[in-house]
Design a protein around this ligand. Sequence first.
Ligand code: ATP
Length: 218
Amino acid sequence: MKKQFAIIGLGRFGSSMCRELHHMGHEVLAIDHNPKKVEAMEPFSTHTMVLDTTDENNLIRIGIKNFEHVIVAIGENIQASILTVLHLKDLEIPEVWVKAQNSYHHKVLEKIGADRIFHPEEEMGNRIAEFLTSEKVLDYIDLSVDYSIVELLATEKIAGKTLVDLDIRAKYGCTVIAIKQKNKVDVTPDPNETLNKGDILVMIGDKKDLRRFQDGVL
Ligand code: ATP
């Protein structure tokens, strides 16, 4: 379904979001107070606007109230980010998603009602660290400080075994939520089906348990 998004702040994060959402077929309004940034996004957005979003009247004037979903990707200027979010929540925008610069910024954003807060650099850093430390990890999503979802490559050590044989939930406390084989993704994996080398196990659990499973079984 086609949705409408406004993106405020066209640095690396904001402009990547803009390109991707536009590429996915959504309507995207790209906003920045720097005309050069705005111009660069013209081919990758539906509408663009040069605007200082710390002034509430500017936001009202462009009809920001018509947007259900606004992403604030102003990073370095924390004051500008906070003021912008404050106005957006005052204007009752239902979904305001914000890029946070640090934990203090995060706390303030929470207090003023940001609906979702991202730490892209940190999240990407954690992700890359996981890839670097194990060649069995193919993908990784941080759910919280303790929990994650990982895609793990089945080695010959478990080839020919079934999920029942491995007894993963009882022994390791984590769960296989899907198995990918070639182009097929099975989201209700049969616990009695044998695994092959090269299958990809999509697993959810405590990071420590997932690491124990990786080191002990794969
Ligand atoms: P990234 O890491 O995504 O490149 P960043 O964390 O370095 O971004 P900035 O470059 O400080 O963040 O901000 C992102 C964008 O937000 C910039 O293009 C900047 O011009 C824009 N911006 C900053 N303040 C305002 C404002 N008051 N109104 C509109 N845009 C703003």
